[in-house]
Ligand binder design. Structure first.
Ligand SMILES: [Zn+2]
Length: 407
């Protein structure tokens, strides 16, 4: 019947469809429509490209660390004899521990990130569902109104137009309201799609989370067995000597390069004022065993610029500042098997400084003022080392000297 009336006023088929769809719209107040509608527009899914980027970054960092671990393992497996294997394990153990710790840190960051994204997405789903409920209620109200509207008002509306232009004007007003109906349906559809997308992302995150957590558990047990192994290892000077003499020329060149680097560092440091005074404190409390003294060693082929202190279960023990001073250099990145590994330098004024090498961890930063006896690092085996120990140096105006003359 509506179609017949519409044909009478000769509007186009498109306009006719629109008008039919609109007839009931007047039954819902414009205020109500606007209120619910603007609420719904607020629920657009958050753009989470930052999250995806961060996640990809963590994954690639993790993969890089895994590659390093694999290289170390390949190195250990390459060793022919049992003795060589033992040496390789000893040398690389601390590096493995270091890498394992970094991997654990990355996994923990990733788990936090995944958990945050999951709860964020769950909240968004709740919001979206509320939008859908509101819009669906509104939509049902409008449909009901449309079918309940009496024909006479529709007919009256159309026939009451003074002219075709008047009708078009009314149609435009109608059309705008009708757009709300269409938009409501589109909104419902897109909200539903958003929810499905968020749910899929949560599913993916949860699977990733589960495998990350089990990977983390595995790494933690690996770390504790690595640590247990290291706790019992003591810096072996015989092993170090064997390693050094095996490729003497190359090692001498490497040592010279390390010393040149150290000289460069000292050349750039400016000692603060006068000497802080007092005597130097033993830097590794509870451990008095010196495994390598200051001076020539390995058949006069290597000059040892400090003293090595080691002992049973020394790994991870506290290294203290030998005197008050300012932390002037901290090296946290290192090349496995080379140089001092993770180390720091403290300036005590008057040109006096101390260096703490092969640590597993440094607890202070450049610019920090430390007191005499304050813990600054933990014993490790980083760099050129065959087991956990502290390499301790005292330098005067950048020149190494025998620490035992000061301790
Ligand atoms: Zn040393």
């Amino acid at each position: 019947m509506k179609k017949a009336i519409l044909k009478m006023v000769s509007v186009t088929a498109a306009l006719a469809t629109a008008l039919v769809a609109q007839t009931g719209s007047f039954r819902v107040s414009a205020d109500e429509t606007t209120a619910v509608y603007s609420q719904a527009s607020a629920g657009v899914l958050k753009d989470n490209s930052d999250y995806k980027e961060e996640l990809a970054d963590l994954n690639s960092q993790y993969a890089a660390l895994q590659k390093e671990q694999d290289a170390i393992n390949a190195n250990i497996n390459k060793a022919k004899s049992e003795k060589e294997k033992q040496l390789a394990i000893k040398k690389d153990l601390d590096n493995q521990i270091y890498l394992t710790r970094q991997q654990i840190q990355l996994l923990e960051d990733k788990i936090t990130l995944l958990n945050n994204n999951i709860s964020e997405k769950e909240l968004e789903i709740v919001d979206k569902q509320a939008d859908i409920d509101d819009n669906y209620t509104l939509f049902k109200k409008r449909v009901r109104a449309m079918y309940m509207s009496d024909e006479s008002s529709t007919v009256g509306l159309i026939l009451g137009a003074d002219s075709f232009y008047d009708l078009l004007t009314r149609a435009e007003v109608l059309n705008r309201i009708a757009e709300h109906d269409r938009d409501l349906i589109e909104r419902l559809q897109s909200d539903k799609a958003d929810i499905e997308e968020a749910k899929a992302e949560i599913e993916g995150d949860k699977a990733d989370l589960e495998s990350s957590v089990s990977e983390l558990d595995g790494l933690k047990s690996t770390l504790s067995s690595q640590l247990a192994q290291t706790q019992e290892e003591i810096q072996s000077i015989a092993a170090l000597e064997e390693q050094f003499l095996k490729d003497k020329t190359k090692n001498q060149q490497e040592m010279a390069a390390v010393q040149a680097d150290i000289d460069d560092i000292y050349a750039q440091l400016e000692s603060m004022g006068d000497y802080v005074g007092g005597e130097f404190l033993w830097p590794l409390p509870g451990y008095s065993n010196i495994t390598s003294y200051y001076g020539w060693r390995f058949n006069n082929s290597d000059f040892h610029t400090g003293i090595d202190i080691s002992g049973s279960s020394v790994y991870g023990k506290s290294i203290v500042a030998a005197n008050a001073g300012k932390v002037v250099f901290v090296q946290r990145n290192y090349t496995p098997g080379k140089g001092y590994g993770i180390y720091l330098i403290i300036d005590h004024g008057g040109g006096m400084s101390t260096l703490y090498g092969h640590t597993s961890e440094i607890l202070v930063d450049v610019g920090d003022y430390v007191t005499r006896g304050e813990t600054v690092a933990k014993v490790g085996s980083t760099g050129w080392s065959t087991g956990p120990h502290l390499h301790f140096e005292i330098r005067v105006n950048g020149k190494h000297s025998n620490p035992l003359e000061y301790l």
